[in-house]
Design a binder for this molecule. Sequence first.
Ligand code: PRX
Length: 645
Amino acid sequence: MSYPYQITSLEQYHRDYQKSVDNPQDFWGSVAENFLWRKKWDKVLEWNFTEPKVEWFKGGKLNITENCIDRYLPTMGDKPAIIWEPNNPEDRVRIVTYNRLHKRVCQFAQVLKNNGVKKGDRVCIYMGMVPELAYAVLGCARIGAIHSVIFGGFSAQSIADRLEDAQAAYIVTCDGAYRGNKDIPLKSVIDDALIGNKTVKRVIVYTRTRTPVSMIKGRDVWWEDEMEYAETQVEKDGVVSFPSEEMDAEDPLFILYTSGSTGKPKGVVHTVGGYMVWTNYTFVNVFQYQPGQIHFCTADIGWITGHSYIVYGPLSAGATSLMFEGVPTWPDAGRFWDIVEKHKVDILYTAPTAIRSLMGFGTAPLQGKNLSSLKKLGTVGEPINEEAWHWYDEHIGKKQCPIVDTWWQTETGGTLISNLAGVTPAIPSWASLPMPGVQPLLVDEKGNEITEKDEHGMLKGNLCIKAPWPGILRTTYGDHERCRTNYFATYPGLYFTGDGALKDDQGNYRITGRVDDVLNVSGHRIGTAEVENAINMHAGVVESAVVGYPHDVKGQGIYAYVIFSGHHGDDASRRQDILQTVSRVIGPIAKPDKIQFVNGLPKTRSGKIMRRILRKIAEGEVSNLGDTSTLLDPGVVDEIKNGKL
Ligand code: PRX
């Protein structure tokens, strides 16, 4: 097997880039030829960023699971599609071949059908990192149901909101999930989420931890029972089949909720054809994947990175994807390195947060670990600082492995800006060059293109993209206007990423971080408004303001300024209660790192909180707060400065 669209030299990169910009129809049409279509598209691309409307491969008919599984069965049925490494290194590894994956996905698709799920229905998936999660995702795709995976760290309330927004009638979950030395009771969280819910008809429960769970008659069924029965339906005389649903290229494949600058997460919608082409194309090119290599992406499938680079990108390329159930620091901080050695991993793709956290343990956990199988390294999710980049290069890659710094977002489906491993140059802490098909543009606050260089000879501005690539989001579920206002209205005619960036003379980009009210904590995206809403739910809280501050390991930490009026408890217990409240409302990932109680917040005369000032105080920059003359009560600033944590 080879990938005719794999870029193998810098010259070819420049050539392909130019072609993709000059004639996207031809360029992407010829890439798409390498997939399995039941019927070819009528038109490669139709778009405008005003509505917005983006259609790729319109009229094309396909099923993504045939591209991820069936087409590889004749030649690679016995090759591993997924290697699963359990949380506990003493437990049994599972190797799922393409044949086995086919069988399990057919079985699960049958289970969904048996339970009444139809094309277009929304299925919410809330599971730990077990192969069954991949079967569930692909089973949905096989029958054309829209999956909405929710990360295991979200609370019952967050799940309830997402169920409601997606009008989901089906849930797939586990009794519990193992993460390090913790056992997370997923089903019980689902039970809480379902109190008062009227839309959910069926909950399918996979047994992982055998933790006691409630099973409600008529609603809850066991995964194992359902799969056993389905096996008798899909397997006849040793031959497994379950006809996959014929999908239009522009039918929705999944919804994935993500945070923005407003209080409520948005359901980002990706469609079948474009997303498939984009995740495959970027996987094959960024990582320079060669058949037989083992790709280890350490993300959770609850985030977009897991969707695109554990499931759809690698499997659609016939790759072997390593899936890890646990955490990098349990049983000890050598866990990733043990996995690399045990499975002879070729490609390691992780987050800067993980690198910084492992760096903190020094090189002792690396002693005696054989990392010589590694050929390529990658990072994703947040800017990587140069120190972490060099540590990764020196201690993990032994200066032999190109590092790709991949910049992208839930909304972009796959990588937009990155070097290509060993093919285009790597520059520490620079995402570098745009992928073919991606046309970035830096603009000022008014939307004018930046043309003046700064004192370092760089262009600096807000990062926008001029034209669609196949993996761009199509809408936000149930509310297209929200999609328009969030991404396409700030700068008319452009997709606005929410990030700031620098550009050098060579056309390389360095992402500097979010320029909106969105935080990036350990590579997880959290809206400040969302955290404020959660804090304000606490009975004693009058008002709060949340900002980010630099954090050595997490990249950004969450700093909350809170006006409290209750009389209950002392500051320490109030803080704990607020943390508990945030955990309940959003989930533990949104818990503030610091909570400072204040008597007032700096506001303009029109009542707007001046976050710029709060951000500076949280960052420790107390001497240079800029102009405070427009404040209603400048006195509060001194009080806040003096009370800084
Ligand atoms: O700020 C950018 C940052 O993560 C944001 C997207 O978050 P999310 O949708 O959760 O997706 C994360 C995984 C793709 C971006 O707006 N970000 C992502 N990758 C990088 C990055 N910042 C700098 N460098 C990166 N490589």
